[in-house]
Design a protein around this ligand. Structure first.
Ligand code: C2E
Ligand code: CA
Ligand code: CA
Ligand code: CA
Length: 280
């Protein structure tokens, strides 16, 4: 029995070593990918619920790695966060999204705005150069209100000086804040007190089972009422059906995002959408 136990440990060691090895390779590929411009942004329209018109878009990163193929953010953002790579990658995301936004605003829709996901690790980093971000906006003539930063409470649980400072710097400049995945964390409500939040994004898990008989109807209604009383606007994420859309609209939800309206699309496809909207 003793021998068997030892063998099991040996197997465990090998698995751990293989896991560590594959993470090192992924990290190496991530770093290469940034140099070789293998990343791209997709955009998912956010519509005004009342009119169905596209008013904003969320930027979502994709990675086309020559050997691995299309890698989704869920499979590399965590490692980018652990390794600190998310700081340079996040700067790339910001610059790319803002250059695109400048084009869309000048050519197709002058009041368009973009939501960018910003990782807690970026906000916790002293390397995050908020000043450079603000300079970039000025240089592109984008008013800061046209940028929404989506934050999650994940890993920002403890009050933290650097992240609060970074958030305050951006917000004082006029950048708007959205609380992402609302309702899934431990401290969603305390976040509403700690920061001056402009938008709440109701997490997909509350929307996906939303039908007339579901208890989630009451939850969504309550979130919307509370948000509005605090002067916060509400975006529902993961809207996939007409029924979910109608329930949320009836409940007074301001914005919707999800496959029912449009899946995430390339910048070129997004441009086409904006052209079509202009023709309507
Ligand atoms: P998220 O911020 O909650 O983004 C929404 C995710 O839901 C996206 O997945 C989007 O494609 C997906 N989605 C949108 N509508 C629907 C729908 O109707 N049904 C379903 N089932 N899914 C829908 P994606 O693009 O794979 O991104 C996953 C997560 O990765 C994001 O969750 C975000 O946390 C992170 N992420 C994505 N892009 C970035 C980025 O540029 N920076 C950072 N830091 N994180 C990012
Ligand atoms: Ca988001
Ligand atoms: Ca979300
Ligand atoms: Ca989510």
């Amino acid at each position: 029995a003793k021998d068997k136990g030892r063998n099991q440990f040996a197997v465990f060691d090998i698995e751990m070593e293989q896991e560590a090895q594959s993470r090192r390779m992924l990290l190496r590929d991530l770093q290469k990918g940034l140099d070789k411009k293998e990343f791209l942004l997709y955009y998912q329209p956010i519509v005004a619920m009342q009119t169905g018109k596209i008013v904003k878009a969320e930027a979502l990163i994709r990675w086309d790695q020559p050997l691995r193929g299309r890698v989704n953010p869920g499979d590399f953002i965590p490692l980018a966060e652990e390794s600190g790579m998310i700081v340079p990658l996040g700067n790339w995301i910001f610059n790319e999204a803002m250059q695109q936004l400048a084009v869309w605003r000048t050519q197709y829709k002058s009041d368009f705005s973009i939501s960018v996901n910003v990782s807690p690790v970026q906000l916790l980093s002293t390397d995050l150069d908020c000043k450079q971000w603000l300079e970039k906006l000025a240089q592109l003539k984008i008013p800061s209100q046209a940028l929404v930063i989506e934050i999650t409470e994940r890993m920002l649980l403890e009050s933290d000086k650097i992240s609060d400072e970074n958030i305050n710097t951006l917000q004082t400049a006029g950048i708007e804040l959205a609380l992402d995945d609302f309702g899934t964390g431990y401290s969603s409500l305390s976040y509403l007190k700690r920061f001056d939040i402009n938008y709440i994004k109701i997490d997909r898990s509350f929307v996906c089972n939303l039908h007339r008989a579901s208890e989630d109807v009451a939850l969504c209604q309550a979130i919307i009422v509370m948000a509005h009383q605090l002067g916060i606007q509400v975006v529902a994420e993961g809207v996939e059906t007409q029924e979910q859309h109608s329930i949320l609209l009836e409940a007074g939800c301001d914005f919707g995002q999800g496959y029912w309206y449009c899946k995430p699309i390339t910048a070129a496809e997004m441009t086409q959408r904006l052209v079509q909207e202009n023709l309507k």
